[in-house]
Design a protein around this ligand. Structure first.
Ligand code: KG4
Ligand code: ZN
Length: 337
């Protein structure tokens, strides 16, 4: 079966084709540029841009794969969580297309997509594992005993990691979202001895907090005047975040008895984080798994794949309506079997 995946939960319009026989056939992502001048995503503009891009993108993707619409055997769309208007565009489109083609549609949880994305390129990876979800909107540790069963062990009490990266990057004049640019700048930074706090690592628990660290970085930035100074701050800030995430992951592995850790979400593209987690997991006799870079950030390959697993488990339905949920707790999902 060939599943068309649709993702429109925020400011990326994306579609993908996943074949149960041949794996991923292709995918496309359009990152909306219209938000840059506002320094954040403008929901109404996002919805309108999804409307503009979705149909031509899907047709282009099918053409690239040498397929017609009739080849689509099921449609998976992101039903939440995310911006409601943006989600509604993808949901209406996905369910409408499934209805017209007479195939099943399946609602996919955006974070489940992120969480399973490392399985796309690592066929040997199977639950149980610990997942660290780090994106612009989330920072979560999740125990995954089976596909579809997600136990949230800890979340951020304030800013998400990506959000903290983005806010500091913005102050450094690196644009929005600036996490990747900040990480590049950090490579030119040196150890000045300035040590930022590792928030909430000195007490038990798996919760995160990044607002205090962000304030420390802001204060440090106010003291510097040149690029090298900014690079040094970026270096110390990134190091504090990577250390904090690694300490909490190890704590969660100890607590759950799990060995393998999976990293997902946009901040999972961070190289220092990848190195640090891989070293920690290996030291404990486990392994760290990552999605390929392009599947760390929002994409539809992960949606098509998660959708396929649910369709295969008989969780699709005739598209007689559609759903979109701005909020949708991850642990409310049903297990596959
Ligand atoms: O999962 P994602 O694409 O989307 C949402 O959260 O919506 O994550 C995007 C986030 C942004 O905050 C971005 O700055 C951050 O991931 N990011 C990074 C890196 N690449 C992307 N943060 C740190 N280092 C990176 N290399
Ligand atoms: Zn995302």
């Amino acid at each position: 079966m060939i599943v068309l995946g649709i993702e429109t939960s925020c400011d990326e319009t994306a579609c993908a084709l996943y074949s149960s026989e041949d794996g991923l056939l292709g995918h496309r992502v359009h990152t909306q540029a219209i938000h840059a001048e506002y320094g954040g995503v403008v929901p109404e503009l996002a919805s309108r841009d999804h409307v503009r891009w979705l149909l031509p993108m899907v047709d282009g993707l099918l053409a690239d794969a040498g397929l017609g619409r009739a080849a689509i055997g099921g449609v998976a769309y992101t039903a939440g969580p995310g911006l409601l208007g943006a989600l509604l565009v993808g949901a209406a489109f996905g369910a409408g297309l499934a209805f017209a083609l007479g195939v099943e549609a399946v609602e996919v949880h955006h974070m489940e997509g992120h969480l399973l994305a490392p399985m796309l390129d690592n066929p040997e990876l199977q639950p149980p594992f610990l997942a660290l979800l780090v994106s612009g909107g989330h920072t979560m540790l999740v125990a995954v005993p089976a596909v579809g069963r997600y136990e949230v062990l800890g979340e951020t009490l304030d800013d998400a990691v990506g959000e903290a990266f983005d806010k500091i990057a913005k102050l450094m004049g690196l644009g929005y979202p600036g996490g990747a640019a900040l990480a590049r700048l950090a490579q030119d930074g040196s150890d000045t001895g300035a040590r930022f706090p590792r928030p909430m690592t000195d007490r038990p628990g798996l919760e995160f907090s990044f607002s205090g660290l962000k304030t420390r970085a802001m204060l440090a930035l106010a003291e510097v005047t040149d690029r090298q100074g900014r690079a040094d701050v970026a270096h110390a800030f990134e190091e504090a975040i990577v250390d904090t995430l690694t300490i909490k992951c190890e704590r969660a592995l100890n607590q759950t008895g799990l060995r393998n850790v999976v990293v997902a979400g946009g901040v999972g593209a961070n190289l220092r984080l990848r190195e640090s987690l891989a070293t920690m997991a290996r030291r404990r006799g486990g392994e760290a798994f990552f999605p390929r870079h392009e599947f760390c950030t929002d994409n539809a390959a992960m949606i098509a794949y998660a959708g396929w697993l649910r369709l295969k488990a008989g969780q699709g339905a005739a598209a007689e309506g559609f759903a979109a949920r701005a909020r949708w707790p991850l642990d409310a999902l049903s297990a596959l079997a």
